[in-house]
Design a binder for this molecule. Sequence first.
Ligand code: HEC
Length: 233
Amino acid sequence: MRAEHKVQQNTRPLRALLLMSGATLSLFAVTGCHIDMWRQPRVRGQQESEFFADHSAMRLPVHGTIAQGQDKQNEPLETGFEDAPNGKKRYVKTIPAPIVVTPEFIKRGRERYNIFCTPCHGKLGDGKGMIAQRGFSLRRPPGNYHSDRLRKMPIGHFYDVITNGYGAMYSYAARIQDPKDRWAIVAYVRVLQKSQNMTANDVPAEEKSKMETESAKPSGEPNTTAPTGSEGH
Ligand code: HEC
């Protein structure tokens, strides 16, 4: 009994040694002493290469490659900017081709505007949207489209504001993805600007005479030609 115990005691360091070397060996097996991945037929940037005819290891992108974010085929349409004669960029002044402004296009713009912009800018574009009125505090209030500055702003600016945001206003590019929809909104913003800044001289002669006969009618008669569009205000 006693001898047996002794034997057991003596084998302990040996077993530990075996275990340790086993562990070391398996470590090699796992990590491997292979260097295949370090020695592969690859080239570094700027290095010379015998493989290509021009002996340059660095290759140009395949002809016609378009990098992500650089796929602007029609820059004015997709950015609202165009090339200025001085080599810089400037805002476009008209809605770019191939868009044709039709009454349907403006209607689409009104619909999109009412969905995305009215909460802050209001139905009239005066910056008195519901959230602006009901305590949504922003660093700066939503812009009023009827300020002199914004009425004189080239149309490309409005497209750029929707696409990239402006100051405290974030970009709507992710929500209004189609450039045509952004332009439709821009066209409608111009309509709103006109709607609040018309004088009698802007009214076509034919309509003007209609207005005059309307206002000559005796009071009390319902005015059937009252302009609409200001519901809810
Ligand atoms: C969540 C609120 C909010 C919504 C929604 C919003 N805006 Fe704005 N907008 C702002 C704020 C705030 C400013 C003022 C930013 C500043 O001056 O820093 C602003 C400013 C503007 C301006 C004026 C930029 C200038 O040059 O002063 C325009 C134009 C504009 N927004 C257009 C739009 C259009 C178009 C939409 C809908 C697609 C829209 N905004 C939706 C909050 C909003």
